[in-house]
Design a protein. Structure first.
Length: 294
């Protein structure tokens, strides 16, 4: 059985779905049919979803259909923020190629909040109030308010990218800036395929897909999550996995995310400036537009 050697590791809400679908359509690449496995990031990700992958056998089963493809891959956005994921992936797949996608931290946090509200792991529907609660998040208590990292910890890009550089070497890590993806998706797509050493001359188009999921009925959404969670015994696990996806999508509508309140955005820009400057130095690229008033 072929093991994955391509990992789209995040960050969340930075175009990972777009890249996953693009690579999945390539004839030389097999991508796991389940987009987010989170197998190597158990240190930051609570197994709360009805389709969580917990064992190596379950993980490998996601790639059983891979046959003659040159590359085999998966996409789990929690891998970037996980301190243990780089070493875990390296041990599992020493020659792995890593794809990292990054976006303006303010936009990432805003989009991530919408995602958490939709999947019912965020109980504070107002973004500004959720950030205030996030600021008070007590890591010493050992209790996570949300699965995964806090909003601000999610966008500490420089230290996250540096971990992958140290474990895999820069030559095995490909960093994509979301702005480039939005402005010139064809070029980003070709360069990604070249990095993966597969045919870059494919007819599949790379187009940004970033809808905002909104629950039609939030109480119904909460009921689905509770009844289909891994700890629930209402249905066998394999049935929870497929039924969970179906019911959550049935109760979901995709629409453009509302524009963030400008006053709030202006207050957040100075906060992210040092984070962005650290990343700019690491990548050797000017990203100051991320904290400029425009």
């Amino acid at each position: 059985m072929k093991r994955p050697d391509v990992f789209i590791v995040g960050a969340p809400k930075c175009g990972t779905t777009t890249m996953y679908e693009y690579l999945r359509a390539h004839p030389e690449i097999f991508m796991s049919p389940i987009k987010e496995l989170h197998y190597f990031s158990k240190d930051v990700f609570d197994d709360y979803r009805p389709y969580s992958i917990r064992t190596l056998a379950e993980y490998l089963d996601c790639f059983k259909e891979a046959k003659i493809e040159k590359r085999v891959g998966e996409c789990s956005p929690t891998y970037l923020g996980s301190p243990s994921a780089p070493a875990n992936i390296k041990l599992f797949s020493p020659e792995a190629r890593i794809v990292i996608m990054l976006r303006n931290p303010v936009d990432t946090m805003y989009a991530l909040h919408s995602q958490h509200v939709w999947d019912t792991t965020e109980t504070v529907s107002d973004f500004e109030a959720a950030l205030e609660a996030d600021r008070k998040w007590d890591t010493s208590s050992g209790v996570r308010r949300l699965p995964g990292l806090s909003y601000r910890d999610t966008v500490r890009y420089a230290e996250q990218v540096q971990r992958y550089f140290e474990v895999f070497g820069r030559e095995k890590v490909f960093v994509i800036i979301y702005d480039d993806l939005a402005e010139n998706p064809e070029s980003v797509g070709r360069n990604t395929l070249r990095f993966l050493d597969v045919n870059p001359n494919v007819t599949t188009k790379l187009s940004v897909v970033n809808p905002s999921h909104v629950a039609r009925n939030l109480r119904l959404q909460q009921l689905f999550v509770q009844r289909l969670a891994p700890g629930a015994r209402v249905f066998p696990k394999h049935l929870r996995r497929s039924l969970g996806r179906f019911l959550l999508r049935l109760n979901t509508v995709d629409r453009p995310r509302p524009v963030m309140d400008r006053a709030l955005r202006l207050r957040l820009l100075p906060e992210i400036e040092p984070v962005v400057e650290e990343l700019s130095t690491l990548l050797g690229r000017d990203l100051s537009s991320w904290y400029s008033d425009h």
